[in-house]
Structures are given as structure tokens and as C-alpha cells.
Design a protein around this ligand. Structure first.
Ligand code: SAH
Ligand code: SF4
Ligand code: F3S
Length: 442
């Protein structure tokens, strides 16, 4: 039977990127083939995000652009999945009448059946129920030819309820996968030539709590650290409140664990941290950073910051700037606070004006640019271990890989280097990458 064509748009976090890979895998088993040209698609899936208002707006604009395809080809099926789909459910179809399908964050595994029903009946379908055992977590996406890195979801959902955040409302309760399932999956990936795995979860540090058999995230790191073929382990995201001393020690004891941690701080003000329900203080955060740097001096620390949370004063904001100056993050994602329906913070008064939020964001971004460049420049002259991932997007004569500290490095080299671990001398530093010279292939 001739294959039908699938095109997926992905918005949001790495979790969504990986979910899209799973969606593609499922649909490829049900008679679809992924294509690069949306104009040729029989099925378009938009994997959505709702973390901030702007993320949601981007989804609506994309949907607007797809209307013409539906007019041209009435048989085209357009579906939305992910967090905004979970949030809106059937109301999404009222808002966007040419949608055929809405499926939630726990319903990825239902997709082939939903699509078959739509194909057979021509009716719309909505499925957004939260399910006890999250079946979609075990879907193994095929590995693209030549790929050396892979994501693996180790848990889903979140129980933290930071007051600004929609994720617990849209991804459900925290649920960890069993250690043996994860280890098996990583071994399969290693067999396919994957060298680096990134363990995904909203709060990976609390891995295992829902299983209750005593295994925690550090145990998982030790286990994965012993799987042959895997050279590098990364994880994201960590919550500072759950960063145990045992986990910090993993950075020196698990050789394959890369020296990078994304540790969102959100704000440097204790008052705001409390209103955000983050469950740690500024001093706790400094303490974690000191411990990480004591055990691993070159560790790269990246973070997230929100400016303009309700009630954030100039003094609170200065505490954030002061913290940035003291820590000097390697990189930072910074956001203007965005009010989300259903969250605790949406009920708070004393909102900060858009104008003040924009000013504060500019200050944070300018300072971080300086720090990022400084941290990158400090690497010039180092010999770094690079896992080569691909031919550079900017020059066919260069290859691209990353340092263990997660910095992108470009250097002269050709196709044969892909998937090899090499030593590179860092020669130049820029805002978003480093440049180097190949010394030897390890
Ligand atoms: N689970 C991860 C983060 C998920 S969302 C964690 O806790 O670290 C990624 C980032 O988006 C958050 O760290 C936060 O900085 C930002 N964010 C979340 N909700 C937001 C909101 N309502 N407004 C602005 N930024 C927000
Ligand atoms: Fe959102 Fe907080 Fe959970 Fe992260 S830990 S997903 S910010 S509620
Ligand atoms: Fe967005 Fe959902 Fe991820 S809201 S950031 S896609 S968990």
C-alpha cells in the first residue's frame, strides 16, 4: 500500500521534541512516512506548548498559516497534540474549526487509532484523558541514520506546582519509568550507535520517588554509566531543592556524566522564591553551586530566570542581578513572567507592568551576554574532548560537536569524523560557539 505523508511541527521543550519523534515512530508503523514539505502532507500534527502566552500565540499563528492547505485538500488531516491541546481540549476545535484532532499529553499512544477513525468516518476526534500508566513513555523512536545523540524520557509530569507554571496542570502527576526499562532502552540505543544520551524529565532529581523501591536518580546514573557503547550522559532539568550531595558526587564518580548542569534558579530574591513556591532559598542555591564547583571546578552551569513576577520590586530584581554577577552562569534562558490560567500566581495582585518587565529582561540579557562570552573566552587554549555530531551548518569543510560542558565547537574536518570522540584545541570564542583545531582522534 502506498504510504501517506506526515509532517510534524514542534513547539516547546526537549520533552516535546522527543514526543514528536515518538509520534513519527508510531505513525510510520501505521502507513505514514515523514516528509520535509508540508505542502505534500496528508497528515499534519502540531505538537504544542503553553508555557508562556507567546508560546501559545506561535501555535495559533502556525495554525492560521495551515488553513490554506486544508482548503486546497479537504482530505488533509490536521491534529494538535501537546500542552496547549491538553489545556484546551475540545474547545480547541471551537476556536479553530478546521482542526480534525486534539490529543493530550498522555494520549500519544492512542494516535494511530484516532487517525484511523478520522480517516474512516471523516469526524473530528478529541482525546485528552490522563492515564494511570503513561504508555507513551515506552515508545522507542527509530534512530536517524548517522545520529550519535538521543533523548530518553525517564519520567513524566511534575508534582512541584511552582506558582507560575502550567506544566503540572498539563502533564499530570510525576511518574518515573522503571530503572530496568530505562537501562534496556539505553542499551538498545547503544546498539544503534548512539554515543550520548540525554535523560529527560521536568525534575529528574526526584526520579524514582513514585516507584518507591529505593532507587533514586544517582542509582540510575551509575547504572547507565556502566552500559557499553554509551560515552556521554546528560540530563535535564534539575530542581535545586532536590539536588542531593550524592547526586553532586556523581559528577566525579560517574566518568560518563558530562560536566554540565541546567539548574533553573528563577530569581535571586528569597521573597520572590517563596512566592514562586520553589522551596529553596538564595543561600541554598549558592550552596549547591559551591558544592558542584568544589567537586568539578570546570562544570558549566546554566539556568532559567523569570523577571517581573507579581510583586517583584527593584530590590528583588537587584538581588537577581547580584546573584548573576556572583555565579556567572555559562548560559541563561530568561523570560518575562507570563500569566497562565489556573496557576496560583495568576491570582496574585501587584502585577509588574510590561514596560518594567521589558526593561528588566534587557538588563538580564545584556549582562548574560557578557558572562557567556567571558566563560567561553576562558576556554581558549584548552584541549577539549569533542563528540563529533555532524557537518557544520555554516561550512561544508567544518564539523560540529560539543564539549562535555555542552558548548558547541566547530573545526576543520570531514564526514569520517562523525560519531568519533576527538581532542580539539580551542582557538577562538564567540557568543554562541567556540572554534578549534583538531589535535587527534581518540
Ligand atoms: N521543569 C523545568 C522547567 C520547565 S519550563 C524546571 O523546573 O526547571 C522552563 C522554564 O520556563 C522555567 O524554568 C521558567 O523559567 C520558565 N517559565 C515557566 N513558566 C513561566 C511563566 N508563566 N512565565 C515565564 N516563564 C515561565
Ligand atoms: Fe514547572 Fe516548577 Fe514543575 Fe518546573 S518544577 S515544570 S517550573 S512546576
Ligand atoms: Fe511547553 Fe509543555 Fe514543555 S508547556 S515547555 S511543551 S512541558
Amino acid at each position: 500500500m502506498e504510504k501517506k505523508n506526515l509532517f510534524i511541527y514542534t513547539f516547546g521543550c526537549q520533552m516535546n521534541v522527543h514526543d514528536s519523534e515518538k509520534i513519527a515512530a508510531l505513525m510510520e508503523n501505521s502507513g505514514y512516512a515523514s516528509v520535509d514539505d508540508v505542502g505534500k502532507a496528508d497528515l499534519i500534527i502540531i505538537n504544542t506548548c503553553s508555557i508562556r502566552e507567546r508560546a501559545a500565540q506561535k501555535v495559533y499563528s502556525q495554525l492560521g498559516r495551515l488553513k490554506k492547505f486544508k482548503k486546497r485538500n479537504p482530505k488533509l488531516i490536521i491534529g494538535v497534540g501537546g500542552c496547549l491541546a491538553q489545556q484546551w481540549g475540545s474547545k480547541f476545535i471551537e476556536r479553530v474549526p478546521y482542526l480534525d484532532l486534539v490529543f493530550g499529553t498522555h494520549n500519544i499512544h492512542n494516535l494511530p487509532d484516532l487517525i484511523t477513525t478520522i480517516e474512516n468516518t471523516g469526524l473530528t476526534a478529541v482525546r485528552t484523558d490522563f492515564q494511570e500508566a503513561v504508555k507513551s513513555l515506552g515508545i522507542l523512536a527509530p534512530t536517524e541514520n548517522g545520529k550519535v545523540t538521543s533523548y530518553i524520557t525517564i519520567m513524566q509530569g511534575c508534582n512541584n506546582f511552582c506558582s507560575y507554571c502550567v506544566v503540572p496542570h498539563l502533564r499530570g502527576k510525576e511518574e518515573s519509568r522503571s530503572l530496568s526499562d530505562i537501562v534496556k532502552e539505553v542499551a538498545v540505543l547503544a546498539g544503534r550507535g548512539i554515543k550520548e544520551v540525554t535523560l529527560l524529565g521536568q525534575n529528574v532529581n526526584s526520579y524514582g520517588k513514585t516507584i518507591g523501591n529505593g532507587h533514586d536518580f544517582a542509582d540510575l546514573l551509575y547504572e547507565i554509566g556502566s552500559i557499553g557503547g554509551i560515552e556521554r550522559i546528560r540530563f535535564t532539568t534539575s530542581h535545586p531543592k532536590d539536588l542531593s550531595d550524592r547526586l553532586v558526587r556523581c559528577f566525579s564518580e560517574v566518568d560518563k556524566l558530562c560536566e554540565h548542569i541546567h539548574l533553573p534558579v528563577q530569581t535571586g530574591s528569597d521573597r520572590v522564591l517563596e512566592m514562586m513556591n520553589r522551596c529553596y532559598t538564595r543561600a541554598d542555591y549558592f550552596d549547591r553551586v559551591h558544592k558542584l564547583r568544589a567537586i568539578c571546578p570546570d562544570i558549566s552551569i546554566t539556568s532559567d530566570i523569570i523577571v517581573g513576577f507579581p510583586g517583584e520590586t527593584d530590590r528583588d530584581f537587584q538581588a537577581t542581578i547580584d546573584m548573576m554577577g556572583k555565579i556567572r552562569f555559562d548560559n541563561l534562558f530568561s523570560f518575562k513572567y507570563s500569566e497562565r490560567d489556573g496557576t496560583a500566581a495568576a491570582k496574585l495582585g501587584d502585577k509588574v507592568s510590561e514596560c518594567v518587565k521589558s526593561d528588566r529582561l534587557k538588563i538580564v540579557q545584556a549582562l548574560q551576554e557578557k558572562h557567556t562570552l567571558e566563560r567561553n573566552e576562558a576556554m581558549v587554549g584548552n584541549m577539549e574532548e569533542i563528540l563529533v555530531e555532524e557537518i557544520s551548518k555554516n561550512s561544508k569543510e567544518d564539523v560540529t560537536g560539543r564539549t562535555r560542558t555542552n558548548k558547541i565547537v566547530n573545526f576543520r574536518g570531514s564526514h569520517e569524523l562523525i560519531s568519533k570522540t576527538v581532542s580539539v584545541l580551542i582557538t577562538d570564542a564567540y557568543q554562541h560557539s567556540l572554534r578549534g583545531r583538531l589535535l587527534n582522534v581518540n
